[in-house]
Design a protein around this ligand. Structure first.
Ligand SMILES: O=C(O)[C@H](O)[C@@H](O)[C@H](O)[C@H](O)COP(=O)(O)O
Length: 234
């Protein structure tokens, strides 16, 4: 299990600036070499400042496909929607020109549209140029929640599925999430966490233990072409 590259910043502002610059450089490089770039980011509260810095990056955003690593199964009108948060904080300014691929479809159960979602996310094409993960204090990342129904389907390194459905034990709404191969194959893969509690959670996740208990462990154990980067600020 390769040691992650750990990037510590004095402030959340400095972290957001550095991570935005790094991701913008990765995307610009992909556009220059492949003619397009693919980015998958997390929802939640941590990434908002990072998104605001990245949204102003002077890159050819119309050549960039942006999506989420996971979504709560709610429409964008719902305050819990990651897609709505992304439109507010990332897909504005220069980045409004990006092509956004959402998860949610008007259906009570994501199981009814899973084939549609798999087709949609397979069509995004080759592996992501950059994937930015968050992490919960229970050791979940994306919507890979500890011991949740559907977790095994997310973590199967041999799955052909791009998307899986998870029913977290402690939440009302279902989740849809990218599967392990979609995330582990990213050219640039980073975990962005902030605060002392998440640093402790990260240290616990780095210790030996069951992946099902702290699913972020799957990312640390992934055989990858490059390092996993951890970005942290107090
Ligand atoms: O839909 C989500 O909530 C995210 O994708 C999830 O994986 C998030 O990254 C962590 O829960 C951390 O969330 P915070 O940044 O709000 O602590």
């Amino acid at each position: 299990m390769a040691e992650p590259a750990f990037h510590r910043y004095e402030t959340r502002e400095a972290l957001a600036e550095a991570l935005a610059a790094g991701v913008a450089a990765v995307l610009a490089g992909a556009i220059a070499t492949e003619g397009e770039a693919r980015l998958a980011v997390s929802g939640g509260s941590t990434p908002k400042l990072f998104f605001e810095k990245l949204s102003g990056a002077e890159i050819d955003w119309h050549e960039v496909t942006v999506t989420l690593v996971d979504e709560r199964w709610v429409p964008e009108e719902n305050a819990r929607s990651n897609a709505a948060m992304l439109r507010r904080h990332l897909l504005t300014g220069r980045a409004a020109a990006a092509h956004f691929v959402p998860f949610y479809e008007p259906s009570d159960m994501p199981e009814e549209v899973l084939d549609t979602l798999n087709d949609r996310f397979h069509r995004i094409g080759r592996n992501f140029d950059a994937v930015i993960l968050g992490m919960g204090n229970d050791g979940h990342t994306a919507s890979w929640f500890p011991h949740a129904p559907g977790l095994a389907g997310c973590l199967d390194p041999n799955t052909d599925d791009a998307v899986a459905i998870v029913h977290p034990l402690d939440q009302d709404e279902a989740r849809v999430t990218l599967t392990f191969p979609m995330i582990a194959d990213a050219r640039f893969l980073a975990i962005h966490i902030e605060g002392e509690e998440k640093l402790k959670t990260l240290e616990a996740a780095r210790a030996a233990g069951a992946v099902e208990a702290m699913p972020v462990r799957a990312v640390f154990g992934a055989a990858r072409p490059g390092p996993l980067d951890v970005f942290w600020a107090p």
